[in-house]
Design a protein around this ligand. Structure first.
Ligand code: CP
Ligand code: NVA
Length: 304
């Protein structure tokens, strides 16, 4: 299924059919990974990867993914580009569009990726902004589908900071029509545009009570309490202890509930070792699925 959108900035660009097809295709591609390796469908295609922030999974999975598909990825720290000396995002977009077939960027302000997309003639993928992390959500829902067999009638619980990963997970829930409970301190609720989007597509419940969210959940998800862009670490440290995912919280979820975390994790902070390293944790499948889901996305954006 060819995507109608040129860019992936939030996931709101996708139809529900496109989103669900991406997940199913990713699972098939993962099963048949050796045949794609041989056919090299992105031969002669190039991906520019711009990083304003550090990354392990995003950078490596995109680079390895492009290599496995027969293409080439350029790793570009913005500090080593003219961008950080004041060249505009618009001029960077116009220049890169003359060289490469696709741009993935990890930025601070979400507006930066919007400007990059607006002025690029090639597809632009958001590799994390302060507001959204759509590639993570593609991997997360692939992982949920893989482990649960279906996304029908699932209850997903987010517990912790209403951050970029949470905002995108809400889009994923809306596109798959899963019910989502989001437990955050009142000061750190998810972005209103994501909540509004979900309200139009599925059932979303915002609460400040972690137990209410975790109760009867099929999937429990959290992330760091201090994202790369967060400045107010001390304030957050006071507010967040009630939102730790530990054995007691997981005991409220269904017996076969799974635990997801985008990583990197701080054990003893947002999650205990007993949970993230325990039998219900699927975080390594989730990390691996970044590779497979992004390969599917690249193929959809760069081939007919
Ligand atoms: N989950 C994720 O995006 O990890 P990185 O910050 O290591 O890319
Ligand atoms: N919320 C985290 C996600 C990192 C993958 C951050 O923005 O730093």
């Amino acid at each position: 299924m060819t995507l109608k959108t040129k860019d992936i900035l939030t996931l709101g660009e996708l139809t529900a059919d496109e989103f669900n097809d991406l997940l199913k295709t990713t699972i098939k591609m993962k099963e048949n990974r050796n045949s794609t390796l041989q056919s090299k469908p992105l031969q002669n295609k190039t991906l520019a990867m711009i990083f304003q922030k550090p990354s392990t999974r995003t950078r490596i999975s995109f680079e390895v993914g492009m290599y496995q598909l027969g293409g080439y990825a350029l790793n570009l720290a913005s500090s080593e580009m003219q961008l950080d000396r004041g060249e505009t995002i618009e001029d960077t977009a116009r220049t890169l569009s003359r060289y490469v077939d696709c741009i993935m960027a990890r930025v601070y302000d979400h507006e930066s990726i919007q400007r990059l997309a607006k002025h690029s003639t090639v597809p632009v993928i958001n590799g994390l902004s302060n507001s959204f992390h759509p590639c993570q959500t593609l991997a997360d829902f692939t992982t949920i589908l893989e482990h649960k067999g279906s996304l029908q009638d699932l209850r997903i619980a987010w517990v912790g900071d209403g951050n970029n990963v949470c905002n995108s997970l809400i889009y994923g829930a809306a596109l798959s029509e899963a019910t989502i409970y989001v437990a955050t301190p009142k000061e750190y609720q998810p972005i209103s545009s994501a909540v509004q989007y979900a309200n139009n597509h599925t059932e979303i419940h915002l609460t400040s009570n972690a137990a209410e969210a975790a109760k009867n959940a099929d999937v429990v998800v959290t992330d760091t309490f201090k994202s790369i862009h967060d400045a107010d670490g001390a304030r957050m440290a006071k507010l967040f202890p009630k939102y730790q995912v530990n054995d007691s919280l997981m005991s409220l979820a269904k017996d076969d509930a799974i635990f997801l975390h985008c990583l990197p994790a701080t054990r003893g902070s947002e999650v205990t070792s007993s949970v993230i390293d325990g039998p219900r944790s699927v975080v390594w499948d989730e990390a691996e699925n970044r590779l497979h889901s992004q390969k599917t996305l690249l193929l959809r954006l760069l081939t007919d």
